[in-house]
Design a protein around this ligand. Structure first.
Ligand code: GAL
Length: 706
């Protein structure tokens, strides 16, 4: 039974051949070397003590490497690389393009980004270079090729880290010229563009490609394209840096760090460019907060999304905070145990490494209060005192304990999971829904609703893939479309075929509303013929504030046994049945008795349509019933206590099955977890459990399935 959920082979890990779980950190010793010349040796000692086996180096070090144009200083980086190699650490070496030197900003003003009001930025901050500037390209190509040539073949060099968190847009003349070219390449004629953007609206028809004004918010189809264009700009930039590195060190994997589910960046597209998917996450995991469990569920979903971006290689949690995050206020300290919970959560979803921002916190500037493995309480300049103090501090001890745990769990490297359930996560739907004035959604609503569909599976320990729409659906028993706003004819055909062939498809309200230009579909939604698949058509959608209740009435004797007191909120898609059966109806307002949850047999499969935002109990009832109907497999075949999830990783080869269960407790109470028929051995303690296993408050544990 377990075999059904496991892949037939291990996948490569982020650093091929490295038989350890990566446990690393951003490392910026260039901020220290002039005042504490012994810092490299001290840090090496502290890294060893903490069990840190990798470091991300040089991320914003351009001025340290090239203090003035054409004058280079690699001596300090040579020493860093040497020291890291000496202690057997792997280096993720960054290109420095994430922050430009002052001399560059002065000499090449075109490299500085222009904002939407047309103002060119003064020198300062970071992540602010123009995507098109020839001078910036030239200077970056030069420093990158020097770095690659110098460290080619270096024993510490394990991965390239392009720039840092590539993001943002530029409105300079060069970028605007690229935009005009991009539009022309996409639409060929202005008439086609006018049609796609519905630009006759308010007399917005351009008569030149250059007329299409990217700051003009009224034409949402155009803004949709501006988002796409900027992802292309980012990809072009990434390719420019990555290709330059690969020409010199083809054997070294290249990546760049993503920022979870950032609204404006379609990371599913960018993931196709990188060798390793790497993410930076900063969840607000506060066990005292009422939304702690909800947060936990959301970040598990995010991790599943990341596994699915590149299932052929395990992902890497590149940045996380071992302490308190200084840009989140109030700066509440991470409670004991939360760090392990967050790191195990990433590993549970298939990550093969976790790293921190950062290893050693600086003494000054904007991030001095940002949590780090080595914070200012640990002195610099006296290694004996530093080691003594480090062992007395909570943060350092937690990191050290985590390393010890990682040492015992290398068996999980390269293992993964083959879920029977997929949630389709679509950046374009997120854009289309938010850009459409009237939906009233902010950039987080999409994630919230997706996580609400994900939650029942998380709580039941049922593995879920969170996939982009272009993935193969045929391997899943159940596919869920939360607010799948954009439907193209091709996607509609794919969904239709999936159901015809026997699949079960669930969609929520706001599915199939618009085409790829964000123009609404005609003739009732879900569009592109999907209303036949769902056996209904939506006439109009009522949108009320998020807390506005939508009481529902379950149809007596409904086949899913949905309970009588079912409730939704916020949205009501007012639909007409055309073949589907109502499992529940709205109970109030002028659309009382209209369908709220429906089912429809289509081909060999079945669809469900959910016309409102079901509350937690409603989603639990709906997906619980579908789970039983489809006999979905769980990591542990028993009901998990509240706040606890069980996540599976493993491999089922001809030689046998090797599988691991992670238990994560997103609650402040100790739990007793029933194990059903599973026999589990804790990888850290070696203890074997049958029937039940105790799990401490905020506990995170990993077990081998015997
Ligand atoms: C990330 C960034 C790091 C650091 C960190 C602080 O977004 O990549 O360089 O600034 O935030 O949380």
């Amino acid at each position: 039974m377990l075999n059904k959920l496991l892949p037939p082979a291990r996948v490569p890990t982020p650093i091929s051949g490295f038989q350890q779980i990566i446990h690393g950190g951003d490392y910026n010793p260039d901020q220290w070397l002039s005042t504490v010349p012994t810092i490299l040796e001290e840090d090496a000692r502290l890294m060893r003590l903490a069990g840190i086996n990798s470091s991300s180096v040089g991320i914003f070090s351009w001025t340290a490497l090239e203090p003035s144009e054409g004058q280079f200083r690699f001596d300090w980086l040579d020493r860093v690389m040497h020291e890291q190699a000496r202690i057997g650490n792997k280096v993720v070496l960054a290109t420095p393009s994430g922050a430009m030197p002052a001399w560059l900003a002065e000499k090449y003003p075109e490299a500085r980004r222009v904002d939407r009001r047309g103002h060119r930025a003064h020198y300062g901050a970071r992540h602010n270079h123009c995507w098109s500037s020839p001078a910036y390209h030239e200077r970056v190509a030069d420093i990158n090729s020097r770095l690659a040539t110098r460290y080619k073949g270096h024993p510490a060099l394990a991965m390239w880290h392009v720039s840092n968190e590539l993001n943002g847009d530029c409105y300079c003349d060069l970028c605007r010229a690229r935009w005009a070219q991009w539009l022309e390449a996409r639409y060929h004629t202005l008439d086609k563009l006018i049609d796609a953007h519905w630009a006759t609206f308010w007399s917005h028809q351009p008569t030149k490609w250059q007329h299409v004004e990217p700051t003009d918010w009224v034409v949402d189809g155009m803004m949709f394209d501006w988002l796409r264009f900027n992802v292309d700009q980012l990809i072009k930039w990434y390719r420019f840096e990555a290709d330059g590195l690969k020409r010199i060190t083809p054997e070294v994997p290249v990546t760049t760090n993503f920022m979870t589910t950032t609204y404006s960046i379609d990371y599913q597209r960018i993931s196709r460019e990188v060798d390793v998917v790497a993410d930076d996450q900063y969840p607000r995991f506060d066990p005292d907060a009422p939304d702690f469990l909800r947060q936990g569920i959301f970040w598990s979903m995010k991790n599943d999304l990341y596994r699915c971006m590149k299932p052929e290689r395990s992902f890497f949690l590149m940045e996380s905070c071992p302490g308190a995050i200084q840009w989140q206020t109030p700066q509440k300290l991470r409670r004991p145990g939360v760090l392990k919970l967050e790191m195990f959560q990433a590993l549970a979803a298939g990550a093969d490494g976790t790293s921190y921002f950062q290893f050693r916190a600086g003494r000054g500037a904007h991030e001095k209060l940002h949590g780090a493995v080595v914070e200012q309480v640990i002195p610099a300049g006296d290694i004996a005192a530093a080691e003594k103090m480090a062992l007395k501090t909570r943060r350092f001890s937690e990191v050290k304990a985590l390393s010890a745990a990682y040492d015992k769990m290398t068996g999980v490297l390269g293992t993964s999971v083959r879920p029977e359930v997929a949630i389709v996560y679509d950046w374009e739907s997120k854009w289309g829904q938010k850009l459409s004035a009237g939906t009233g959604v902010d950039e987080y609503r999409y994630n919230e609703v997706a996580a609400e569909q994900y939650a029942p599976f998380w709580k039941a320990g049922i593995p879920v893939d969170v996939i982009s729409p272009d993935r193969d659906l045929s391997k899943y028993k159940l596919v869920i479309l939360p607010q799948f706003w954009v439907i193209t004819p091709l996607m509609a055909l794919k969904l239709r075929k999936y159901v015809e062939d026997g699949g079960t498809l669930v969609a929520t309200y706001d599915t199939g509303m618009a085409d790829e230009h964000n123009r609404l579909h005609l003739g009732g939604t879900p569009g592109c013929g999907l209303h036949e698949v769902f056996g209904l058509w939506v006439e109009e959608t009522d949108r009320l504030p998020a807390d506005a209740a939508r009481p529902l009435t379950a149809t007596p004797g409904n086949e899913l046994h949905l309970p009588h007191d079912l409730a939704g909120r916020e949205v009501a898609a007012i639909a007409h049945l055309a073949g589907a059966t109502a499992l529940a109806t709205f109970a109030s307002d002028f659309y009382a008795y209209r369908p709220a949850v429906t089912t429809h047999l289509f081909g060999k499969g079945r669809t469900y349509f959910v016309a409102t935002r079901l509350d937690e109990a409603g989603n639990a009832a709906l997906y619980g019933a579908i789970t039983s109907r489809l006999h979905l497999h769980r990591a542990i075949d028993a009901a998990l206590p509240a706040g606890v999830t069980a996540q599976l990783r493993g491999v089922a080869t001809g030689a046998g099955t090797e599988a691991f269960v992670f238990l994560l407790n997103f609650s402040k109470d100790q739990k007793t977890v029933p194990l059903g028929t599973r026999v589990l051995t804790d990888l850290e303690t070696g203890q074997t459990y049958r029937d039940t296993v105790p799990l401490e408050a905020l506990g995170a544990r990993v077990y081998r399935i015997e």
